[in-house]
Design a protein around this ligand. Structure first.
Ligand code: 5RP
Length: 236
């Protein structure tokens, strides 16, 4: 089975998991290729839910295309479940997220949910977080100062660039990747994250940081993880 098939498999398992919820609830929906598999698998059952709260413009677009009702997070209270992928997940359910750049909204929506259901293939499971460069969303004018602070923590910091070069707009080289919130992203490599909760709190306190892609306070409650022999369900 290739990675796309594993994502599809776990997307279908997440669909079955959320369909156990009573009808008429609000559902939180994440961002990324695995979350997309979940959205596509859930689409025929969209009427089971009162609506969805979305973690990015890309996810909103996909949900609307399938006919889901997309709700403003300010109009909903706590809801039962948030389903999203991860870039890395450790044995306690702490995650690195933000590979797709949606970390801030993902963390907000996750904080509104009673249960974070993480969906991924087994390649995302690690004994300790940190091989995947940690994304940190920042206010653009703080790039210099935040970079220095992150380097003090032992990280190697790279500004994330947009993949597309727009020659029609006079761009000769890639510009910074801009998030849905107008922020930039610093990717921090070289960190071995032994205490995710402490590091999350430390990075959050640097002036200019909007959100760090460490999900320790908002860690996974349930992990659905796929490999060649099927999908396992782990509760933390
Ligand atoms: C986006 C995310 C994604 O959940 C994470 O990058 C995993 O993506 P994928 O399912 O495509 O591997 O945090 O900001």
């Amino acid at each position: 089975m290739n990675q796309d098939q594993l994502k599809q498999l776990v997307g279908e398992a997440a669909r079955d998991e959320v369909l156990k919820l009573p009808a008429g609830q609000v559902l939180g929906v994440g961002t990324g290729s695995t979350a997309n598999c979940f959205i596509d698998a859930l689409a025929p059952h969209k009427d089971h839910f009162a609506g969805a709260v979305s973690s990015s413009n890309a996810t909103t677009e996909r949900l609307l295309k399938h006919g889901f009702k997309v709700l403003d997070p300010n109009d909903v209270g706590i809801f039962p479940a948030y389903v999203d992928g991860a870039d890395e997940i450790d044995p306690a359910g702490h995650m690195i997220k933000g590979g797709g750049g949606a970390l801030t909204r993902e963390k907000i929506i996750a904080s509104m949910a009673q249960c974070f259901i993480c969906i991924c293939d087994a390649s995302k499971q690690v004994p300790m977080l940190g091989n995947f460069a940690l994304p940190v969303e920042i206010i653009p004018l703080s790039k210099g100062v935040v970079t220095k602070e992150l380097e003090k923590l032992g990280g190697h910091v790279t500004l994330r660039l947009a993949k597309e070069v727009r020659a029609d707009l006079g761009q000769t080289q890639s510009q910074p990747f801009v998030t849905d919130n107008g922020g930039w992203i610093l990717d921090v490599s070289g960190l071995k994250i032994a205490n995710p909760l402490a590091l999350e709190s430390q990075i959050n306190q640097i002036a200019g940081v909007i959100t760090v892609g460490l999900f320790a306070k908002e860690k996974a409650d349930i992990l659905l993880v796929s490999n060649a022999s099927g999908v396992s369900r782990i509760s933390f």
